[in-house]
Design a protein around this ligand. Structure first.
Ligand code: SF4
Length: 435
């Protein structure tokens, strides 16, 4: 597990929906030690909150997809009214996203929400902020203070501090914007500290990935509150994915970031899927479900691998819950190597699939049968793991990769003919399977 930057810890949720901890590693105000919580994945519903049934359905879908926290927009009173009916029906902590009107925050607290998000760029009346802080404090609710590049405003009384910070950041590409963000956070957080309120999460988002990296790096040096990472307005999934991962992965690897939201102009279930995959890939959360490995394909491809991989991915996502490693490979070049390291693997040859379970060959089937047989082997293996008869990640047999050049040519015909089981006493012989 990559080490995490020690922060204060906040907790949201309740006994019914469960509790999610964010950050940790520093003692609480009363001196109780905390340990860093696993980085969590958040997303936001795309539909109207006041459409109660649709909102509940969307929250169920996102929670079933693995979201640890779900945020909803509450622009109008009818939305906070709806929260009273939504919250009792869902099984995941809910955050109310409040902009412009502090009254919505107070109503959301009354409705039983688990956390409030405030934007200092559009709720900045000191007395109103204090009212929200007091309401959250009375119910032990954390608040995220989220500055966004798009809505941050420069205040006259922060000119002096900005000038100082501007000098500090003058050598940086984003110096001016960093100065505004830090000054705004300092000013805003002072209100919270005056109220003895420390259950705070900070975010500082931009659509510019390099500014996101600079901003969170600087904020992590200046504040010890947990950080909610995100690239705002990242765009469509196809490009927003790259923009988000470019910013978030570097921060996470350096121990910065305690909860994340990937944001796409698309169904938010993709934000959850990709956020989880990012954390799994970095080893920041224990994987749930299949770790699917597949080759990119090339001129050596032996079956329709793109279709096969998508079919395998969809079916295994529905049916497999143990974190087994499954490899789907297009030919013998890297197939045996991946098959050796995977729990279940297939590599292709001459429009056939050779299937292995923990290094042992179990089938050699024609292309139309690969999907069904691979799924069967995955489900059988999952059953054995669940019954304690097999262990994930065990390798039972060394596979000697065949020499696809040499006197054997490509070796495809040998695989198709089932001749690959012969043990390799002769170095030149195509040898795949038991040794
Ligand atoms: S496994 Fe074979 S088909 Fe796939 S990329 Fe590697 S060489 Fe190409």
């Amino acid at each position: 597990m990559l080490p995490r930057r020690p922060t204060r810890q906040v907790t949201l949720g309740d006994a019914r929906v469960g509790f999610v901890k964010i950050g940790g590693g520093k003692p609480t105000r009363d001196g109780t030690p905390t340990t860093p919580a696993p980085v969590s994945v958040q997303t936001m519903t795309a539909g109207y909150t006041h459409d109660i049934d649709a909102c509940v359905r969307e929250i169920h879908k996102l929670a079933a997809g693995g979201a640890h926290v779900v945020r909803v927009a509450v622009p109008e009173k009818k939305d906070t009214d709806a929260l009273k009916h939504i919250i009792p029906q869902v099984q995941v902590p809910i955050v109310a996203d409040v902009h412009f009107h502090f009254q919505r925050a107070l109503e959301a607290v009354e409705a039983g929400v688990h956390k409030i998000r405030l934007n200092p760029g559009n709720i900045n009346d000191r007395d109103q902020v204090i009212e929200v802080i007091k309401a959250c404090k009375a119910r032990n609710l954390p608040i995220r203070v989220g500055v966004n590049e798009g809505s941050i405003i420069e205040r006259r009384d922060k000119q002096k501090r900005m000038k100082e910070l501007g000098a500090v950041f003058s050598g940086q590409k984003h110096g001016y914007m960093l100065a505004i963000m830090i000054a705004k956070l300092e000013e805003y957080l002072d209100i919270f500290y005056e109220q003895d309120f420390y259950d705070i999460v900070i975010s500082a988002k931009s659509m510019d990935a390099s500014l996101v990296v600079d901003a969170y790096t600087e904020i992590s040096n200046r504040f010890d509150h947990p950080l909610h990472l995100g690239v705002t307005h990242a765009g469509p999934k196809e490009t927003g994915c790259i923009r988000s991962i470019a910013a978030l992965s570097g921060l996470l690897v350096n121990g910065i970031g305690d909860t994340i939201r990937i944001s796409y102009a698309n169904d938010p279930i993709y934000e959850v899927e990709d956020g989880l995959e990012l954390l799994y890939s970095l080893g920041l959360r224990e994987r749930k479900g299949v770790d699917l490995i597949a080759c990119p394909t090339c001129g050596r491809i032996q079956v329709d691998l793109f279709t096969l991989v998508q079919d395998v991915r969809k079916q295994l996502a529905e049916k497999v819950t143990v974190p087994m490693k499954v490899a789907v490979m297009g030919c013998i070049v890297n197939g045996p190597g991946e098959a050796e390291g995977a729990d279940v693997a297939v590599f292709a040859g001459d429009r056939r699939g050779i299937i292995y379970v923990q290094g042992e060959r179990v089938a050699n089937v024609p292309e139309p049968e690969i999907l069904d047989r691979l799924l069967k082997e995955c489900l059988d293996f999952q059953g054995r793991v669940m019954r304690g008869e097999a262990k994930l990640g065990e390798k039972k047999v060394d596979i000697i990769p065949p020499d696809p050049i040499g006197e054997l040519g490509s070796g495809w015909e040998k695989i198709a003919g089932g001749l690959v089981e012969k043990t390799g006493s002769k170095p030149a012989e195509l040898t795949v399977g038991k040794t």
